[in-house]
Design a protein around this ligand. Structure first.
Ligand code: ADP
Ligand code: ZN
Length: 520
C-alpha cells in the first residue's frame, strides 16, 4: 500500500507544491488505505489533488466522475502538462478521439480517466471498465446526487449501482456543498459505508463581506470601482441584458470592463475570459455562466449587482475572489425588489421544487437581514459554528453598516395616519399631516383635525421619506398604483397593535454624482 510519504513526494516532485493544504493529507491517507471517503471543501480548497495524487500511486485506474463536461479538457490538459497520463470521455469528443481514448483505456495506459456520469453508465463503458483494475472512483460535485442540493442530477443516483460492481475500488465523494442534510444524503445515496468524512472550514478569512442597500446601483458600483482602481474583479448580474448594459456603462465611464454570458458567441466568451485572466481587462461583468473552473488567484473583488438566488451561489461566486489569500472585497447590492423577482421565478417552478427553492431564498434573506457578524449566518448555513465575536472582516463587525435604529413609534404614527385617512392618500399627504402642514389639500380634507396631525415633528421631511422607504422595503406597506395611494400590508397590523417592533436606517441619503449611462 502506498503511504503518505510517497504522496508527499508526488506533491513536491510532480506538482511542485511545498506542503499539503488543510485536510488534503488526511483525505489522501484515507484514500490510500482504501477507506470510502467524503471530502467537503470550499471551492478553491484543493479537492482535485486529493484524488490526483493517489491516482499516481495506485497501480490501477482512477475514474473521475464529473458533470462539468466543459471543464474536462482543461483539467486533462493541465495534468498532461505535469506529465501525467490522463484522458476523458464525453460527448464533445470526435469519434476518432473517442476511439483512441478507448484504446488507451484498454491498454492500461491511463492513470486518470474523466467521465460524465451518463458516459460511465453506458453498457459498453461499464463492460470495458469491468475488465480492468479500477482502484478509485472520485465523484466530483457529489452534491448533484442530492435533491436537497442546489444542482440535482438524477443520473447521479445510479452511481451507487456502479459501486457494487467495483468492490476493490475506493469511493471518494467530493463537494463544496456542506449543509448537513446534503452531506448525509451524499453518503447514503452513494452507498458510502463507514466512510471517513472530512469537512474543511468554509470560512474564507481574507474575504471582506459587505452588504449595502441597492439604491443607485450604477453610482454605487462606480464609487466602489474608483476605490479599487487597476484591480481585477467580477461583477455578477441577473440577466444578459443587464450584463451588456453595465459593461457598456462602465466602459463609458472609463473603466476596462468586458461582458460574459451564454448569449455571446463561444469565441467572444473565450476571448473575454482570456483577457481577464491575462489582466488585459480589469473587470468582467457576467451572469452566473462565468466562473466555473476559473482559477485566477488575484481577483480582488466580487460585486453582486443583483441578488444571487441562494447562499450556495453567493458563496461560490465570492469564492472566486482572493484565492491568493490576500484581502478581497465582496460587495452585495441588496434590494427587496430583487428578492421579489427571485420569488417570482420560484413561483414558476414545478411545485415540488418550490419548497426547496423558497427555503434557500429564506436562508439568504436571513443572511442579508442579520444584525450580527455576517460570518455567523454564512457559516451556519454550512453547518459550521463561528465562535469569534468580531470577525473584523464584514460590514457589521467593522461598523460600516448604517446603524439600525428602533423606528417602531414613528412607524406607528405613519401607519395610524394611513388608517385615519382610509388608506386613500400617498406618501406626501401622510407626511404633511404628520409634520403639521397648512397645505390647502390638508385643510380642505379637514386633516388638520386628525389626532395624528402634527405629531411627527421629531422627524424632518427627509427622515419621513427614509421611514417610508423602510416601510416599503420591509413589506409593511404597499403602493396602490391605480389609486396613487398607500395600503397597509398584513405585517402592519401587528405593528399598530404594538406586538411587533420595526428597525431601520434613518439617515441623510448620499449625494448623487453625475454618471454617464448608455441610456442617455
Ligand atoms: P477545488 O477543486 O477544491 O475548487 P482545486 O483542486 O481546483 O480546488 O485547487 C485550487 C487551486 O489550488 C489550484 O490552482 C491548485 O493547483 C491549488 N492547490 C491545490 N493544492 C495545493 C497545495 N497543496 N499547495 C499549493 N497549491 C495547491
Ligand atoms: Zn463579522
Amino acid at each position: 500500500m502506498p503511504d503518505i510519504q510517497q504522496a508527499e513526494q508526488v506533491l513536491h516532485q510532480v506538482f511542485g507544491f511545498k506542503q499539503f493544504r488543510p485536510l488534503q493529507q488526511d483525505i489522501i491517507e484515507s484514500i490510500l488505505a482504501k477507506k470510502d471517503t467524503l471530502a467537503i471543501m470550499p471551492t478553491g480548497g484543493g479537492k482535485s489533488l486529493c484524488y490526483q495524487i493517489p491516482a499516481l500511486l495506485f497501480d490501477g485506474l482512477t475514474i473521475v466522475v464529473s458533470p462539468l463536461i466543459s471543464l474536462m479538457k482543461d483539467q486533462v490538459d493541465k495534468l498532461t502538462a505535469y506529465g501525467i497520463s490522463a484522458s476523458y470521455l464525453n460527448s464533445s469528443l470526435s469519434p476518432e478521439d473517442y476511439q483512441s481514448t478507448l484504446d488507451d483505456i484498454r491498454r492500461n495506459q491511463l492513470d486518470l480517466l474523466y467521465l460524465a456520469p451518463e458516459t460511465l453508465l453506458k453498457r459498453n463503458i461499464l463492460h470495458l471498465l469491468s475488465g480492468l483494475q479500477v482502484d478509485c472512483f472520485a465523484i466530483d460535485e457529489a452534491h448533484c446526487i442530492s435533491e436537497w442540493g442546489h444542482d440535482f442530477r438524477p443520473e447521479y443516483r445510479q452511481l451507487s449501482e456502479v459501486k457494487n460492481r467495483f468492490t476493490d475500488a475506493v469511493y471518494l465523494g467530493l463537494t463544496a456543498t456542506a449543509t448537513p442534510r446534503v452531506q448525509q444524503d451524499i453518503a447514503d445515496s452513494l452507498g458510502l459505508r463507514e466512510a471517513n468524512i472530512y469537512v474543511a472550514s468554509f470560512d474564507r478569512k481574507n474575504l471582506y463581506l459587505d452588504i449595502v442597500n441597492k439604491n443607485s446601483p450604477l453610482d454605487q458600483t462606480i464609487r466602489f470601482l474608483q476605490k479599487h482602481e487597476d484591480q481585477s474583479g467580477i461583477i455578477y448580474c441577473f440577466s444578459r441584458r443587464q450584463v451588456n448594459e453595465l459593461a457598456e456603462d462602465l466602459t463609458a465611464n472609463g473603466f476596462s470592463a468586458l461582458p460574459y454570458h451564454a448569449g455571446l458567441s463561444e469565441t467572444e466568451r473565450m476571448e473575454n475570459q482570456e483577457a481577464f485572466i491575462r489582466d488585459e481587462t480589469d473587470i468582467i461583468v457576467a451572469t452566473i455562466a462565468f466562473g466555473m473552473g476559473i482559477d485566477k488567484p488575484d481577483v480582488r473583488f466580487v460585486i453582486h449587482y443583483d441578488m444571487p438566488k441562494n447562499i450556495e451561489s453567493y458563496y461560490q461566486q465570492i469564492g472566486r475572489a482572493g484565492r491568493d489569500g490576500l484581502q478581497s472585497h465582496c460587495l452585495f447590492l441588496f434590494s427587496y425588489s430583487d428578492a421579489n423577482k427571485i420569488r417570482y421565478f420560484i413561483d414558476q417552478k414545478p411545485l415540488e421544487e418550490q419548497k426547496v427553492a423558497e427555503q434557500h431564498l429564506q436562508q439568504l434573506m436571513n443572511f442579508v437581514e442579520t444584525h450580527k457578524c455576517r460570518r455567523i449566518k454564512l457559516l451556519d448555513y454550512f453547518g459550521e459554528t463561528f465562535e469569534e465575536e468580531n470577525c473584523g472582516m464584514c460590514d457589521i463587525c467593522t461598523g460600516e453598516a448604517p446603524e439600525q435604529v428602533d423606528i417602531t413609534i414613528p412607524a406607528q404614527k405613519f401607519l395610524s395616519t394611513m388608517v385615519r385617512t382610509d388608506q386613500r392618500f400617498g406618501f406626501h399627504h401622510i407626511k404633511d399631516i404628520l409634520v403639521g402642514s397648512r397645505r390647502k389639500d390638508i385643510l380642505y380634507n379637514h386633516h388638520d383635525k386628525l389626532s395624528t396631525y402634527g405629531i411627527g415633528k421629531e422627524f424632518s421631511r427627509k427622515e419621513w421619506k427614509q421611514l417610508y422607504r423602510e416601510l416599503m422595503k420591509q413589506d409593511i406597506i404597499v403602493r396602490d398604483i391605480e389609486h396613487k395611494s398607500l395600503k397597509l400590508a398584513p405585517k402592519a397590523v401587528d405593528i399598530l397593535k404594538g406586538n411587533k417592533e420595526v428597525f431601520g436606517v434613518i439617515k441623510e441619503p448620499d449625494k448623487k454624482k453625475t454618471i454617464k449611462t448608455s441610456k442617455t
